[in-house]
Structure formats: C-alpha cells, structure tokens
Design a protein around this ligand. Structure first.
Ligand code: GLC
Length: 571
C-alpha cells in the first residue's frame, strides 16, 4: 500500500524521456558537431512528441576521448557545445514549455585532464592523491591485479613519475575516483548541488553501480564469466550506502528525478536501487535484454539474437521489479548500442512496421520509457564501408584486439560494424537538405545517406509516420493508469514469432501482441484469458501498425511485423 501511494505521487512515472546525444543532434555553428543551442532550437520538435523530460548527455569541459564521459571540469561547459549562458537559456526554454532537464553525471571516474588528477599524479603526498585508486606494481612489476578495462586491455595504467598504477575501468584517460575517500563524496555532493541549483531536475548517473570497489582488489580467478574482475566492483560492498548519501544530501532536498545506469547488475540490486522506500534512485537501466545476441556473454562475437531469451529477460524484469516495488527505465536504444531496429527486426522492407512494433512493445511495459534521438523516425544502423569511418574509442580498440585474437581484417571490421556504438551516434536526420539539415560544415562522423527518405520533417508532416506513432503511445501513457500500475502477465508460451503480454488492473486491461517476424503468425490467447475477454464490456484497438484493424479474439492471424495494443474494459 505504502508503495502504491508513493508511486502515484511520482509524476515522472507517466513521463517519457527523450535522450539527446548533443554531438550528433543539431549544429548551429557549422563546426560539424552539435551544440546546446542546437538542442534549444529543436525543443518544439521534442515537445511535439509529448515528451516532458530531456536527458542531455555530457557537455562539460572534456578532452572528448570518450565523447564527454571523460570530464575535466564538472562546473563548466565545453566550448565545443557552447557556453553557460546557452545552458541557462536551455533550462529557461524547457521550463517555458513545462519540460524538465535531466543531465548526465559521470562520477565513477574523471578525465586524467581534471585538475584533481593532475595534482594526484604530481606526487605521492599530494592531498589529491587519495582522490583516485593507486596501487604498487605486482612483484613482476606488472599491474596490481588482472582486472580488465571495459574498453579492452588491463584496467591499470602505470604512472612513471610516482611508480604506481592507477585504476581505469574504461579508457586509460578515465581514472576511477576513490569513493572510499569522504572528500571525493563531498565533491560529488557539491557538484550535484551546483547543477540542482541551476534548475536541473534530473540526473542520469553514469555506471553508478561501479563506484564501490572490493578494497582487497583480488585477482579474478575466472570462475564466473567473463572473469575480468567485474564481480569485485559491480554493485560493490558500499554502493547502496553511497547512493543513499547522495539521495539524502541532494536528490531529496532538491526533488531530483534520478536514473542509475547499472552495468552487469542484478534484479535484486535494482529493486534496492529503485524502490522508493530505499531512498536511492527513481529508476534503473539494466542491459540484460540487450545481450541476447552475445554468444556466452561475449560482446565481440556474433550470433543471431535469441528471441525467446529476449522475451524471458523482459518478462523476468517486469515481474521481478513489480513484485519488489522497483521501477524500470525502459529502452531499446541509446548511444552505446546498435539500433534495435536493425538488431531485432527488419530495417529495410518492413522498416516502418518494425519501428512501430518496437515502440508499441516497449511502451506497453511498466516503467518510464526512453526514446533515443532518431528512434522516433526509425533510423537504422548505417551501412559501414571502411574501418576508418569509425570514431568511437571502444570500436577502434576492439578492432585492434580482434586482429590480435587472430580475426582477419574483414572479420574484425564486420564484427565492429555490427557492434559499434557509432551505429547510433550518426547525426540526426532532420530533413532532405544537404547533410540532412544537421550541419552546414563537415560532420564529425558520416551522415546516413538515406536522409532523403528518412527524416524528421517528412514524418512530422505525415500523420501515419513513426513519429506520430510514438506521439500516440506517449499520450496513451498519460491517459491510461493501467499502463502505469497494471500487473504484467506474459501471454505467449514460447511462440517462435509472437511476443504477447497483458497489463491488468481492477478496471481495465491492456493487451499487446507483436509479431517479430516477416511471416504471418497465428496466435491463440490462453484459455483463462479468453474466458475473461468474453465477459468484458468493451474491447478497443488503441494502436496498431498495419492497415487492418484486427479484433482481439481467441485465435488470430498477425501480419508480418504486425503489432497491436488493445484496451479491455472490465464489466
Ligand atoms: C557509460 C556511458 C558510456 C561511457 C561509459 C564510461 O556506459 O553510457 O558512453 O563510455 O559509461 O563513462
């Protein structure tokens, strides 16, 4: 009961968040990279979708080795993105439209260009030394343990000047902060407070479940795959304590919406992170549904995705979070993932149906949906021609590592083209003018050449477009409480083509049926459900993606990539 009361007070549970990758969103200066004013210029477009929260990815001063996730100054805007005045104007323009700003907070690590790190590396006695994680070399002079960086290679970098290694779980220029140090935690509280006072309403907390490391820093014996050390710092010993501290000192006093990005996490931890009674985050991202095409958990190997596993993972998280009182951040896409449209559906012949199917399937689930720029117009992965087209540090590192592992250049390039984070980082396709309306200069990364027929302008003008499909789904979430509180029940039993589920509360139910294949499918509702359906007072198709308007019935034929949502009023 307590939880239900809390949930209805949380306005953001009916919201949809729009994710902006500023570098690729809209360039107003001709520099070839997007900027803050470019976002401000497009707020009406975003508002037109019915969005009320915009997540802006890092625009702080940064050497941009990891596109801003390597922060060199948490209090200033990188000139590549504009100025603090531009930022203030963005906040102001959002508020005018009754929209909210969520910013990205990257505090598991800072850039090695940050002045804290420069001080820390200057001598072992420097007061900032303990802001980072330093260890003596192992006996053979090598790294202190066998932990691996998420971007490939050892997780430790040797500092010649002071003769010790420092920890870097991501790029070698992203040094992990030492959260055991109270001063570091105070710095984080201070910087969060600074942005909260500027009128920011939300924080997306980058890889926040990695901040507490096992202080013994043990070697990973490889008994649990992938054996790269992650079990010693993922959802680590003091993480909940640290998050509670941030909640008490900043999130609660400033009424901030928070989403934690949880790397390789568990359901049990995500319940703790996001159940309101725990006073930690509003909601969590997890990535298990986006690993169903990783053979044995290996991202840099390929296999066709396992549809049954995808449905099982989504369902387990729906049921588990619901039972535990947690709250999911729902998403198919972000700046770190290839586009789901290419990955799970047909991005060519059935591109429009597929994009709508993914949208309907996700927006019917419990949680707060996130739409990543370009998703709402059905942007697919690009066609890569050459390895030199990639910009992402992880993709470049992994190409070299794959070659070292014995792949041919063709094989390595193919794997990178399927897995690269750059797949979703191409500029937004605004219209059919030069460079898709993104820039008047030379874009920092290539532009998808399909912009004459895939672009935002054309879709805003076409009532039947993917954009308007998203708009309707976003509106439905505001209108129908069952989409927020309805109990999730899966309706298909291992069907090879269909994913079907219901959301049920006392007054009404929702049914979503989606055919994830290019063959027509036959689907039968479970007996118990059809009995209830025959007693319902009214059944209405809310949204679909084909010309036909199928009647919800015990046995149905579902068209290729057909996807529908019905509302059932209980008598
Ligand atoms: C998160 C970000 C990703 C970044 C990494 C390191 O996973 O989404 O883009 O590279 O953290 O900060």
């Amino acid at each position: 009961m307590q939880m239900q009361r809390n949930q209805s007070q949380d306005w953001w549970r009916t919201s949809t968040v729009y994710q902006v990758y500023p570098k690729s969103f809209n360039d107003t200066t001709g520099s070839g990279t997007g900027d803050i004013r470019g976002l401000t210029e497009k707020l009406d477009y975003i508002k037109g979708l019915g969005i009320d929260i915009v997540w802006l990815q890092p625009v702080y001063v940064s050497p941009q080795n990891d596109n801003g996730y390597d922060v060199a100054d948490y209090y200033n805007i990188d000139p590549a993105y504009g100025t603090m005045e531009d930022f203030d104007e963005l906040v102001h323009e959002l508020k005018k439209r009754n929209m909210h700003l969520m910013i990205d907070i990257v505090v598991n690590h800072s850039s090695t260009e940050h002045h804290w790190f420069k001080e820390a590396r200057s001598s072992r006695d420097n007061p900032y030394r303990d802001y980072y994680i330093w260890k003596d070399p192992a006996e053979d002079g090598g790294p202190p343990n066998n932990w691996q960086s998420k971007f490939g290679g050892p997780a430790w970098q040797f500092d010649e000047g002071t003769g010790q290694y420092f920890l870097t779980l991501f790029d070698k220029t992203q040094a992990d902060l030492n959260w055991e140090n109270e001063k570091v935690r105070q710095e984080v509280v201070d910087l969060l407070t600074f942005w909260a006072k500027k009128g920011v309403d939300g924080f997306r907390m980058d890889v926040i479940n990695l901040i507490s490391k096992d202080q013994c820093f043990p070697n990973d014996d490889g008994s649990i795959p992938p054996g790269d050390g992650r079990k010693f710092y993922t959802d680590g010993p003091r993480v909940h304590e640290y998050v509670k501290e941030l909640n008490e000192k900043v999130f609660r006093p400033y009424n901030i919406i928070t989403v934690g990005e949880m790397s390789s996490t568990t359901l049990a931890h995500c319940i703790r992170y996001s159940n309101p009674e725990e006073h930690e985050f509003s909601m969590t991202f997890n990535f298990h549904h986006l690993k169903v095409d990783y053979p044995n958990g290996q991202k840099w190997e390929l296999k066709p995705y396992d549809f049954e596993e995808l449905k099982t993972v989504l369902s387990d998280w729906q049921i588990g979070m619901q039972e535990g009182g947690g709250w999911n951040a729902l998403f198919w896409n972000n700046h770190d993932q290839p586009r789901a449209l290419t990955r799970f559906t047909d991005d060519d012949e059935y591109r429009i149906e597929s994009a709508k199917l993914l949208a309907t399937t996700l927006h019917g689930l419990q949680g707060t949906p996130y739409v990543y720029q370009g998703e709402e117009i059905g942007m697919p992965d690009p066609k890569w021609k050459d390895i030199s087209e990639f910009r992402d540090i992880e993709s470049r590192n992994m190409y070299d590592i794959l070659l070292k592992r014995g792949k041919t250049p063709e094989e390595a390039a193919h794997i990178v083209s399927v897995r690269s984070r750059d797949n979703s980082r191409l500029p937004m396709l605004w219209d059919d003018s030069d460079q898709a309306g993104f820039t008047s200069g030379t874009p920092w990364i290539k532009i998808d050449e399909r912009y004459p027929h895939i672009n935002a302008k054309a879709q805003v003008e076409d009532d039947d477009s993917i954009y308007h499909h998203y708009r309707k789904l976003i509106e439905l979430r505001k209108e129908l409480p069952v989409l927020i509180d309805g109990k999730y029940i899966r309706l298909d039993e291992s069907h090879p083509q269909i994913y079907a589920y219901a959301r049920i509360n006392e007054e009404e139910s929702i049914v979503v049926i989606s055919n994830f294949s290019k063959e027509e499918a036959t689907f039968e509702l479970p007996e118990w459900f059809s009995v209830g359906l025959s007693r319902a007072s009214r059944v209405k198709l809310l949204i679909g993606n084909t010309d036909e308007e199928p009647v919800l019935s015990k046995r149905m034929n579902i068209q290729p990539y057909g996807s529908y949502m019905w509302l059932i009023k209980n008598s």
